[in-house]
Design a protein around this ligand. Sequence first.
Ligand code: NAI
Length: 351
Amino acid sequence: MENTRIAFFDAKPYDMESFDEVNKNYGFEIKYFKNHLSADTAPLTKGFDTVCIFVNDQITGGIVPVLADNGIRLIALRSAGYNNIDLKAVFNRIHVVRVPAYSPHAVAEHAVALMLSLNRKMHRAYYRTRDHNFSIAGFLGFDMFGKTAGIIGTGLIGKTLIRILKGFGMKILAYDVHPDKEFARETECNYTNLDALYSGSDIISLHCPLTAETRHLINEKSIAQMKPGVMLINTGRGPLIDTKALIKGLKTKKIGYAGLDVYEEESEYFFEDLSGEILSDDVLARLLTFNNVLITSHQGFFTKEALHNIAETTLKNIRLFLDQGILENEICYQCGQEKTHCNRTKNGRCF
Ligand code: NAI
């Protein structure tokens, strides 16, 4: 049997290291491409069985026929999120699998890092003391204990975050289209509607997927409902927030803090060293001027444990499909949820 060939896009040195290590047990032939998968690079997939992609590789309707004609049978995402795939275009042509649970701890802990840093001004204190400025003026924080966190999306990451914040003694308001009542009982968190979450939370953290429904979930109208000085944390996907509305909220001080691991137009910037370049995105440039905004470059997932688990699950997904036709972590094309979790599936069809 010919060796399975994987075209691996947006390859960074840390990806190659973790995949090469895990691939010792699989023996696939992996060709690493530094570029994103796009209309320009799609022709490179000729002769491969599978493409392996990350969050900023876009599978648009236009490139699906190119991939299919080149013999690609599987798109293996190295991520949990799958908003970069045109699910309608791949339906009946190429299967898509993802890594649903490589480490909810990595992302939840990063959300907490953003909260604590913003609250206690760690990002500013670091520079102040290095400059021998030992004044603490302007660094007044607040106790997390007793405050209310609003968590939107209580899947793996949202739930992990709730457990951590309960440890701080915070009260939790949660919103999810599929509330988990058992979890709510166990952790004593309260599911509520979005209006009540917006108006009742001191910190709001986003952990739902990016869908047509959740795009610009945080907008002028929702910001208007929030408490003055609210802290907004986004480790989900950039377009969950209307960035222009966020900037307006920051300028009027309605929003007191923003911790962003993702950004609406991140694909050109995040994960790249552009320190020698002029930043052409004026919205991102404006965001970076606020000292109560902390931006990290989509690094929530970036722990040793997560990288290992991503490599292990991705290669296992590929092996299971190519050897046995099993699609363990396939996404449902109709509802966009993972098939095993798609509770609307009936007779193999989601309605
Ligand atoms: P998950 O699939 O376990 O949970 C998502 C939850 O959101 C589910 O409970 C679902 O019912 C809920 N949901 C779906 N539509 C909703 C809506 N309209 N309103 C409210 N809730 C809704 O996913 P997981 O692993 O918890 O990840 C959440 C998101 O975090 C991913 O979709 C991805 O975009 C993002 N992510 C970011 C990473 C980073 O490095 N910053 C890394 C991994 C994931």
